[in-house]
Design a protein around this ligand. Structure first.
Ligand SMILES: [Zn+2]
Ligand SMILES: [Zn+2]
Length: 220
């Protein structure tokens, strides 16, 4: 465990409304991702909230639909058990810092997205790190110590800010994704490699081809 990357966490308490995870769990998330960045801190907040509201998914009890493939998703996978490999993490390539979760047994669902309306203290998500982002712009790009310090302040703020003040929490906008199916594999007529049935495509001659081969097939 590379504790040095978590130096900024001096306490296990992030205040009322702040991150509820212990230092130990946060260190495990950082270790999984490889470094501690602002994006990961955002994912830690989302994952922590979801774990408390929906529980952890050992199998496929939960399914997540994430609208980005950035750092935050690693924390979400680690903390919620919605993982790429289990098929209960769906990637929607929208380039948004937004995350939907569904619980299969009762249909409970949510979409968590950056707050665009002002909260009761008059702050939107964009305002959250604005002053620190401005400070960073003034820094010499070669001032690695200064850059590190600003990054740590940003992470600290993300971990301490009231969750409801950062994110809007609404019902999911898409229906609950289908369960990941298990299908037999058949050989591609061109390359001969085994391909899951649902990923084979017929060309004009009725041959089943894999996605890689069909793109270069003159008979498609
Ligand atoms: Zn990162
Ligand atoms: Zn092929």
């Amino acid at each position: 465990m590379r504790i040095d990357k978590c130096d900024l966490i001096e306490t296990e308490e992030f205040g009322v409304g702040g991150c509820g995870l212990s230092r130990e769990v946060i260190e495990a998330v950082v270790s999984f991702h490889g470094h501690f960045c602002v994006g990961l801190a955002i994912g830690i907040r989302v994952g922590d909230w979801v774990r408390r509201e929906f529980g952890h998914s050992e199998d496929e009890e939960l399914v997540a639909a994430v609208e980005t493939d950035m750092c935050a998703v690693d924390a979400i996978q680690f903390l919620t058990g919605c993982t790429f490999g289990k098929g209960n993490l769906i990637f929607l390539d929208y380039g948004k810092n937004a995350y939907s979760f569904f619980r299969r047994n009762d249909g409970k669902n949510v979409r968590i997205a950056p707050r665009i309306e002002k909260n009761e203290t008059g702050v939107t998500y964009s305002d959250l790190l604005f002053d620190l982002q401005e400070q960073r712009k003034q820094l010499d790009p070669n001032d690695t110590e200064g850059q590190k310090r600003i990054r740590e302040l940003m992470i600290d703020r993300v971990l301490r800010t009231d969750f409801d003040n950062m994110f809007s929490i609404t019902p999911a906008r898409i229906p609950m994704p289908e369960k990941a199916g298990i299908f037999k594999s058949f050989p591609c007529a061109k390359c001969g490699e085994l391909v899951m049935l649902t990923r084979l495509t017929k060309n004009k001659n009725g041959n089943n081809l894999c996605k890689e081969c069909i793109n270069n097939d003159p008979d498609y």
